[in-house]
Design a protein around this ligand. Structure first.
Ligand SMILES: *Cc1c(COP(=O)(O)O)cnc(C)c1O
Length: 453
């Protein structure tokens, strides 16, 4: 093992293919069902919303899918991303643990999101699409798709969750700078938005509502597709460049993680880092423990049900089997906006269900404390979402200390927090509190789960 703290790969080591974990799963994923008939859907059912390329990747069972050269060329701007050994953090914690983090904040929008935004926009342009609608929570996905749209000459229309729209004006300015249009959601531009506003005029919005609005808009025009920033198989697959690079970089460090940790909103940054490692485990090559960290305020993996549910609030999407709090659940307006989703990626849910992945939930205040401890040692202020992964890594490092054992911990620092200074300012001023999520609201939302034969 070296004293090195930074592990960098050369441009030509950007992975040439994405990794599809479906090829290594012992059981095939549960089928996606038509909301009306309850029958498995086929590629044609999804064609109004997604490009054929995305649909074929969504249902693919191939282990690897080639990354188109134009996409790899754009990846070159910030990939391969660095992997760091957090030596100063280890010292600050006085832990025998070896802490590593993969840093996705080096992308143009400051998170892992462009890894899939660029790919999705590329396929849209290839298939003659003119306009993409989407939702955004904290704004990272909207920013990333705005960037991708400007690179491929596509119009981007973003429905931004109301609470983030109000909390993060600079995110909106960022999207508009790249030529995107941005509406606060719920809006009165769609039937789903109008319905929510009629019932709850002061709705803080949610990803589920914003997805309904974006899907409704996309379905109305032939030249328009919809893009999702997480949850779906093809989105998770696009993120696996992260874990594939990390595998190589851990080799450079002459080490291998005992535990891999990521925060989970819809599951994409977590999967991006963890799936290539889990794949090695599934193929019997090397063991690893994997931990998904979620917010205690929106605890789909630790408190939700593994059941068929809609991906959106207005129930316009197909039914997928996932850990869910119920599509009617609107999480409280905490600061990690990117983690406010009622469901979870079906592939991540399946791995939690089979015990391949462990899940833990943390409150937001303890996550901000962990994030600041990390920042003071390592010099990078994490995104509020990423603070959950940091907290998971810190707890693991402190367990190593208590046990007197040295384990290698690898986590995904999926984004920086420089667009989230309001959250840090609120934290510093004691304005940020832990609100318990509403058990009765979850119970109500879960009671409304669709019945599937
Ligand atoms: C969007 C986002 C998340 C949550 O989405 P996942 O699909 O779970 O990764 C987490 N962190 C950051 C920085 C994000 O931008």
């Amino acid at each position: 093992m070296t004293d090195q703290i930074k592990f960098l790969l050369d441009e030509n080591e950007i992975p040439k293919s994405w990794y599809n974990i479906v090829a290594d799963l012992p059981d095939p994923p549960a089928p996606v069902l038509h909301p009306g008939t309850g029958q498995p859907i086929g590629p044609d059912d999804l064609a109004p919303l997604f490009t054929m390329a995305a649909i074929m990747q969504e249902v693919s069972t191939e282990r690897t899918i080639d990354i188109p050269e134009p996409v790899r060329n754009i990846y070159r701007q910030w990939r391969p991303s660095p992997l760091y050994r957090a030596r100063r953090l280890e010292q600050a914690l006085d832990t025998p643990a070896r802490i590593y983090y993969k840093y996705e904040g080096v992308s143009p929008t400051g998170s892992h999101k462009p890894n899939t935004a660029i790919a999705q926009a590329f396929y849209c342009r290839e298939e003659g699409v003119k306009r993409i609608t989407t939702e955004t929570g904290a704004g990272q996905w909207g920013s990333s798709l705005a960037l991708a749209g400007s690179m491929f000459g596509l119009e981007i229309e973003v429905f931004m969750v109301r609470v983030s729209y109000d909390q993060k004006p600079y995110r909106r300015a960022f999207m508009e700078s790249f030529g995107a249009t941005c509406h606060a959601s719920p809006s009165n531009r769609t039937e789903s938005g109008k319905k929510i506003l009629a019932d709850t005029p002061d709705s803080t919005g949610s990803l589920g509502i914003a997805i309904s609005e974006a899907v409704e808009c996309a379905a109305q025009r032939d030249d328009t597709k919809y893009a999702l920033g997480s949850v779906l198989n093809h989105v998770l697959m696009h993120q696996t460049v992260v874990g594939q690079e990390a595998l190589r970089q851990m080799e450079m460090a002459d080490d291998y993680p005992d535990v891999v940790i990521g925060c989970t909103g819809g599951g994409s940054n977590f999967a991006g880092l963890a799936f290539p490692f889990i794949g090695r485990k599934l193929r019997g090559e090397q063991t690893v423990r994997v931990v998904a960290v979620e917010p205690a305020n929106c605890p789909s993996l630790t408190r939700g049900q593994y059941a068929y549910d809609f991906g959106d609030t207005a129930n316009l999407t197909p039914l997928v089997k996932m850990h869910t709090l119920g599509s009617a659940f609107v999480p409280p307006g905490f600061h990690a906006g990117g983690l406010r989703y009622h469901g979870m990626a079906p592939l991540v849910s399946q791995l939690v269900n089979t015990g391949e992945v462990e899940a833990v939930a943390y409150q937001q205040v303890e996550c901000f404390e962990a994030g600041l401890e990390f920042a003071k040692a390592e010099g990078i202020l994490p995104a509020p979402e990423a603070n959950h992964a940091v907290k998971g890594a810190l707890d693991e490092a402190l367990r190593c200390k208590a046990e007197g054992t040295s384990r290698a911990i690898l986590f995904n620092l999926c984004g920086h927090g420089y667009f989230d200074m309001q959250a840090y300012s609120d934290f510093a001023n004691g304005k940020l509190h832990d609100q318990p999520y509403d058990e009765s609201e979850v119970a109500m939302a879960l009671a409304g789960l669709p019945s599937v034969a």
